[in-house]
Design a binder for this molecule. Structure first.
Ligand code: DGL
Length: 269
């Protein structure tokens, strides 16, 4: 991987954003809005995508290895694991192995239950995230008095990757993936859906259009950005903005539509 965070004569904090693909861009856009002075490198482990359908042990090993290489290469001051699957699975191990501070992304079950009026919510994530004990513990701890349906999607993250790469996906395919979130029993309908995969906020407009009834879609990215800002404390005065860089572990050159999408997030071609 090329060295993407320029440390020469620059005191601005270096932030590494990590995801299995382009999903973490939904977190990156909030973090850069909160800390536009920081130097960013976004590492997409697309060589390992999709994380959500893989066996946990091999995936933990992979994430720890890729992160170790990224830390050695980019020497970040802070790392955002902008991936629910990686965070729920490997955050504890990463914190054990590396001293750099990590901010994780975990399903926003607590705020969703707090704001739900019908007290019926859905958690839409990868198969891995919804089946992990970490997620079930969040439900036990924060969802009392609220009915939670866990919906594991095998293909939504890939659908989001396709859409961003200029390969549109049919409405019916997306509608089928979100349908199990919508429960209407005992006179109570789902009114809140937790987007527990960072790829999914890339599809929120489609979700809104295809939902059988309106619900609130909870994206944890603004809360993650606030956490990053808290950890970095004071913003240095008048720091120059360094353009963000993106690295794909596959080494691929993004196709033109993806390049255009990345440019909209602030990455230069
Ligand atoms: N974006 C990731 C997440 O938040 C996972 C997508 C995947 O690699 O399956 O869970």
């Amino acid at each position: 991987m090329p060295n993407s965070i320029d440390h020469s004569g620059n005191d601005a904090p270096a932030i590494l954003i990590f995801d299995s693909g382009v999903g973490g861009l939904t977190v990156f856009r909030e973090v850069i809005a909160a800390r536009p002075d920081a130097r960013f490198v976004y590492v997409a482990d697309d060589a390992g995508f999709p994380y959500g359908n893989q066996p946990p042990d091999a995936l933990i090993e992979r994430i720890v290895r890729v992160m170790g290489e990224a830390i050695a290469e980019h020497r970040p001051d802070l790392i955002v694991i902008a991936c629910n699957t990686a965070s729920t699975l490997a955050l504890a191990e990463l914190r054990k192995r590396y001293t750099v501070p990590f901010v994780g992304t975990v399903p926003a079950i607590k705020p969703a239950c707090a704001q739900s009026k019908s007290k019926r919510i859905a958690v839409l994530g990868t198969k891995a995230t919804v089946s992990l004990e970490y997620t079930r513990a969040l439900i036990r701890e924060f969802a009392s008095g609220c009915d939670v349906v866990l919906v594991g999607s095998r293909s939504l993250a890939s659908i989001a990757e396709h859409e961003l790469s200029g390969m549109p996906v049919a409405d019916a395919d997306i509608a089928a993936e979100i349908a199990p979130c919508f429960v209407d029993t005992d006179g109570r309908k789902t009114d809140t859906v937790v987007l527990a995969c960072t790829h999914y906020p890339l599809l929120t407009d489609r979700f809104r259009k295809l939902a059988p009834w309106p619900v609130d879609w909870i994206d944890p990215a603004p809360a993650i950005a606030r956490r990053v800002a808290d950890l970095l404390h004071e913003r240095p005065a008048a720091a120059a903005r360094t353009p963000p860089r993106i690295v794909f572990t596959s080494g691929r050159v993004p196709p033109a539509p993806l390049k255009a999408a990345l440019a909209r997030f602030g990455f230069s071609p």
